[in-house]
Design a binder for this molecule. Structure first.
Ligand SMILES: Cc1ncc(COP(=O)(O)O)c(C=O)c1O
Length: 349
């Protein structure tokens, strides 16, 4: 699907000039930096933190290139993928005029960000198998529809969306198809980022918050065409990812082996937790999952939730989420954490 990104962009941004600092304009080495009103004496913490961080996160992008084979020009690094979601709205959706399509039950920030930006939401519920109703999604598109958010594997249901459904939507929509792959590392499928050259209207979101275990540093990623990445980079706050976050991200990315080991352990625990859950008669349904969590349906979710919380185990009550009646979402923890959870669930009647 060919798209005109310039045409999709909000009109007032078509001539927008990104904030430019003297530091980014200077290409030499060993300068005395008296341009940014930093503290040249050092930092109160005693660490090397008195200078603003690299606004383009070059080292992080290079590490991602090495790991994922995606060139730096196709990578946006944000303050969590939540920042990328917000910037996509701010770049492409005119408040009070444009709309986006989401497919609940799904990740809540697509809606929160839409509301924050005064963008109309069109909701097309997933079907009973938590798969896309492709024709209904395509029928919901109008001339003001700028983005369709697809989460695969989906949160809170845990399942992957069918490849052919995502393909059909991507091939029949002239706006952006945003595929959120926050949980891709726990699934057996390849990332849609491998197909970016085929789909110039695709934006793939990933994060270091899940499989990489780096939720504290808030680093999220968007992969897309150079044109889309240029736009996100132009409108982001100049120093959106701190030096501490960039350093920690780099350290994690240079230690991919550890991520792979943790993912295998989590998958092992997932199998074990699901097997144990099958033994509890009050667990009415276990939704198949390709993530590091599992959604179950129980007879009395509010009661189970309260019982677990009272015993200091916090899970997510999804009872009021569309199509998730009776739903409790459980993150797969360490063996000890899962032992505690399952022991409590065993005693719960
Ligand atoms: C589907 C999905 N996307 C994005 C995020 C947020 O990621 P980040 O921590 O990078 O903002 C989450 C967090 O739970 C999520 O479930």
């Amino acid at each position: 699907m060919k798209i005109d990104v310039r045409q999709l962009l909000r009109p007032h941004l078509r001539s927008f000039k990104a904030y430019s600092s003297a530091r980014t304009e200077y290409t030499g080495h060993n300068a005395i930096f008296l341009d940014a009103n930093e503290n040249s004496f050092g930092s109160a913490s005693g660490e090397d933190l008195n200078r603003y961080p690299d606004p383009l996160q070059k080292q992080v992008k290079h590490a991602l290139y090495r790991i994922k084979g995606i060139p730096p020009e196709n990578i946006f690094v944000g303050n969590g993928s939540d920042e990328a979601i917000d910037l996509l709205y701010r770049a492409f959706c005119e408040p009070g005029q444009d709309n986006v399509i989401i497919c609940p039950p799904t990740y809540g920030m697509y809606q929160t960000s839409a509301e924050l930006n005064n963008i109309q939401l069109k909701e097309v519920l997933l079907n009973v198998n938590f798969q896309l109703k492709v024709d209904e999604v395509l029928n919901a598109i109008d001339s003001h529809t700028k983005m369709i958010f697809l989460c695969s594997p989906n949160n809170p249901t845990g399942n992957l969306l069918y490849e052919e459904d995502i393909t059909k939507i991507s091939e029949n929509f002239e706006g952006l198809v945003v595929i959120d792959e926050a949980y891709i590392d726990f699934s057996p499928v390849a990332s849609w980022s491998k197909k970016l050259s085929q789909y110039p209207n695709m934006v793939v979101l990933q994060t270091l918050s899940k499989a990489w275990g780096m939720a504290a540093i808030r680093v999220g990623l968007a992969f897309a065409s150079e044109e889309i990445i240029r736009i996100l980079t132009a409108i982001k706050p100049p120093y959106n990812v701190s030096k501490l976050a960039q350093e920690a991200a780099l350290k994690a990315l240079n230690n991919e082996k550890e991520k792979l080991v943790m993912v295998e352990e989590i998958k092992e625990q997932r199998k074990r937790v699901i097997n144990a859950l099958k033994g509890f008669s009050y667990v009415k349904e276990i939704i198949p999952t390709d993530t590091n969590f599992v959604l179950i349906r129980v007879e009395n979710p509010n009661d189970l939730y309260r019982y677990l919380t009272n015993h200091n185990v916090v899970v997510r009550n999804r009872d009021t989420t569309p199509m998730c009646k009776g739903g409790i979402r459980i993150t797969i923890g360490t063996k000890a954490e899962n032992d505690e959870l399952l022991g409590l669930m065993q005693k719960y009647i």
